[in-house]
Write a protein that binds this ligand. Structure first.
Ligand code: PLP
Length: 398
């Protein structure tokens, strides 16, 4: 028998394991670790949303749904997306309910890419972008955003990356891992480029509700979807989901809104691989969209308070950190300590029992920074920050 290792598809063999997961294997089994690692809300899904799932089970709703998702959910999604993003979609043909944004991302890559087609995206970025492109036989073309620019994506850098093989421009604002929000003036220039070069834009807007603005940082900033800009709706696949703002990661629910030709192509893969998203999650999602605004805002305000605490404390420690406009991540610049992001994170874990993620887990452009997720209780964050302060104090003294 040939070694099993030789039977694995090349494309899978060549994809590295997630740097986040590897790092968190080190965290397992350690006592008293405060984790600012995994990007997951510390809140449980609000009770009325959980109840909707329970109630659906009690009613015996345990069947498949339409491949596209329950019509009643798609109608709620259309209303929500129109209110939040100012873009209108047809619930019958332009919305696909998926198993998280993760599945939607995989579907859009597989539905659109022929071998060799290029996908331009900005780094540092969510860990699954590069592998999702590679596993769909596409070519990942990364643009390095810079700490000096507060990780803003420059339209000029996008233009420089475009070739005749470019097919998709993949965007994520607010961005994981940096919390960066794209200025509207730059987003408009990027939209013009997409039209000029006839690119399909895939926009992952999973953090779009978690925006912070105003002097206090407590106000909900206005999110502008690139799908709403002139000439964009017909070339954009808008990805969104329930994991972050509604604290519903375990429900595994997301959606894609796009012109019907694209939705149909994605649905073909979805119907053969996933069939449909779980019905009880879909019922919970209807409740979230209809009645979830207040609980979501409470969680957002809690994140805003934690963000302010992190900003203040990093400032006092002399650790440079830009004020992120969204998501629930800080991305402090640790270059002045003369350690790589891996060394910094490992030593912080070993010496102070605080877990952060090395910035290079999100691509080369993340080197020199670490990601600290503040979806952790305020009192735990205070302790974690005391420990980080002790750690960087020692580094500074040497
Ligand atoms: N997109 C981004 C930018 C993320 O940060 C995450 C999760 O961390 C996902 C997508 C995956 O979301 P879902 O739980 O909907 O699959």
């Amino acid at each position: 028998m040939k070694p099993l290792q030789n039977r694995i598809a090349d494309v899978v063999k060549n994809v590295p394991r997630s740097g986040i997961r590897d790092f968190f294997e080190l965290v397992q089994g350690r006592d008293d670790v405060i984790s600012l690692g995994v990007g997951e809300p510390d809140f449980s899904a609000p009770w009325h949303i959980r109840e909707a799932a329970i109630y659906s089970l009690e009613k015996g709703q345990t069947s498949y749904t339409s491949n596209l998702g329950l019509m009643s959910l798609r109608e709620c999604i259309v209303d929500y997306v129109r209110d939040q993003f100012a873009v209108s979609y047809d619930a019958g043909t332009e919305v696909l309910v998926t198993v998280g944004v993760s599945e939607a991302l995989d579907l859009v890559c597989r539905a659109l890419l022929n071998p060799g087609d290029e996908v331009i995206y900005h780094e540092p970025c969510y860990v699954s972008y590069n592998p999702s492109i590679a596993m769909a036989h596409g070519v990942a073309v990364s643009i390095q955003t810079r700490v000096e620019d507060d990780f803003e994506l420059k339209a000029a850098d996008v233009e420089a990356a475009i070739t005749e093989k470019s097919k998709i421009l993949l965007l994520n604002f607010p961005t994981n891992p940096t919390g960066a929000v794209e200025p509207l003036s730059e987003l408009e220039k990027i939209a013009e480029l997409a039209v000029k070069h006839d690119l399909i834009v895939v926009t992952d807007e999973i953090y779009s509700e978690l925006m912070y603005s105003g002097d206090s940082g407590m106000e909900r900033g206005k999110h502008v979807s690139i799908a709403s800009l002139p000439g964009m709706r017909e070339r954009t696949v808008l990805l969104h989901g329930f994991s972050k703002a509604f604290a519903m990661t375990g429900f595994r629910l997301g959606y894609a809104c796009a012109p019907s030709v694209l939705t149909e192509a994605m649905m073909k893969i979805h119907q053969y691989s996933m069939l449909c998203a779980p019905i009880m999650s879909q019922m919970a999602a209807i409740e979230a969209l209809k009645n979830g605004a207040n609980e979501m805002e409470k969680m957002r305000r809690a994140y805003a308070q934690r963000r302010n605490l992190m900003l203040k404390r990093f400032g006092e420690m002399g650790v440079p950190c830009f004020a992120p406009g969204g998501a629930f991540y800080m991305f402090p610049d640790i270059r002045k300590f003369g350690l790589t992001s891996q060394e910094f994170s490992l030593r912080l874990l070993e010496e102070e029992n605080v877990a952060v993620v090395p910035g290079n887990a999100f691509g080369e452009a993340g080197e020199g920074c670490v990601r600290a997720c503040y979806a952790t209780a305020y009192d735990q964050l205070e302790i974690a920050l005391d420990r980080i302060e002790a750690f960087v104090g020692r580094l500074q003294a040497n």
